[in-house]
Design a protein around this ligand. Structure first.
Ligand code: PHE
Length: 345
């Protein structure tokens, strides 16, 4: 066997070994070590073999030299390919023009609507006063929306000019008061509920009216409920919602289903940025009153035994007062730029 063939075999063994090592390397550090080990100019094992060329005859040298160059090129190529595939696989070494110091773009998150936030606050206060939550349908009958509530069908509120009628004599409820009737029909006293929900009226939208809006109904019925309970409960609510300095005023009003009826106003004490305080004007926040005995009789209650009070307020109006919103239509437009201001973390 000539020295020529020995060296060529040694080169081919080395080639196989190097290619296997490159293929199983998992990190660029390992690949760099392999490059030095096989291709390094001084220590490299291929260079070592080439150093043995001196012992060969001039006729044998070119074939061994050519084979050495082929093996070198092959190993070099395998190393480069492996480096490229590791970088592509990790993705981390090549992120292009991304500036890692920039703040990240947070995913869009929904939030509770400002009116829903107010309803939840109102609900939390009434819950702590012993109320439970009730609901009723938005599509109602004359009976629940008007007649049982002591509102005769010739009352102006019943007119098509105010009420949105559907087919079959059904209508969109014009207030949440029909929930009073549904709850009383289904339960015996004591009753202490609040019922938030949407109501509908045939109104032209303007800064203070929308054809659909929220109401929050309250009803308390039991033995021995008096006007004192009525005033004290609503005053307590107002102080919890608007702060301890809040004054409450009950103005005489009229609703067919309450007697006496009242419009409830609050006067708030607000703290200005400089720390001084200022009283607001009187703001109307709800309609209310003692449940009319005729309504109690309509649901089969004994009006000699039971008395109660009821109230209805508009959470969008309360949200508008709370946030200084001058046009309540913005609550229904769902413009993300408006709603975003009320986003909660
Ligand atoms: N339902 C009345 C309205 O829509 C409000 C109200 C509720 C008044 C309960 C008295 C008692 O204006």
């Amino acid at each position: 066997m000539s020295g020529n063939t020995d060296l060529i075999e040694a080169l081919q063994t080395l080639e196989e070994e190097a290619l296997q090592a490159v293929a199983s390397a998992a990190e660029s550090d390992q690949l760099e070590a392999l490059r030095i080990q096989y291709l390094g100019r001084r220590e490299g094992r291929i260079s070592g073999i080439l150093r043995g060329l001196g012992g060969l005859s001039p006729k044998e040298r070119p074939a061994v030299g050519a084979e050495a160059n082929r093996v070198k090129a092959r190993v070099q190529e395998a190393l480069e390919a492996r480096i490229a595939s590791l970088e592509a696989g990790s993705g981390a070494d090549d992120i292009g023009d991304v500036d890692l110091t920039m703040p990240g773009a947070l995913p869009w998150r929904g939030g509770r609507h400002p009116v829903t936030q107010v309803i939840d606050e109102l609900w939390a206060i009434f819950r702590s006063l012993g109320f439970t939550r009730a609901r009723g349908p938005e599509v109602e009958t004359d009976w629940y929306n008007f007649v049982a509530l002591n509102t005769p069908l010739d009352h102006p509120a019943v007119d098509e000019a105010d009420t949105l009628y559907l087919k079959n004599g059904l209508l969109l409820r014009t207030h949440t008061s029909p929930v009073q009737i549904r709850i009383m029909e289904a339960h015996e006293p004591p009753i202490r509920i609040i019922a938030p929900g949407m109501v509908y009226r045939r109104d032209t939208p303007d800064a203070t009216h929308t054809p659909g809006f929220f109401q929050l109904e309250g009803l308390v019925v039991d033995e021995g409920i008096t006007f004192i309970d009525f005033k004290a409960t609503l005053a307590e609510f107002a102080r919890r919602f608007w702060g301890p300095g809040t004054e409450v005023r009950f103005r005489p009003g009229f609703f067919p289903f309450t007697e006496p009826s009242a419009e409830v106003d609050v006067k708030r004490v607000i703290t200005l940025p400089d720390g001084t305080t200022e009283e607001t004007d009187w703001l109307e926040i709800m309609g209310a009153g003692m449940v009319d005995p005729a309504v109690l009789e309509n649901v089969g209650y004994d009006s000699e035994r039971y008395t109660g009070f009821a109230f209805g307020m508009g959470p969008a109006r309360i949200a508008a007062l709370k946030y200084g919103v001058r046009d309540i239509r913005v609550f229904f437009e769902n413009d993300i730029r408006f709603l975003n201001q009320f986003a909660q973390p």
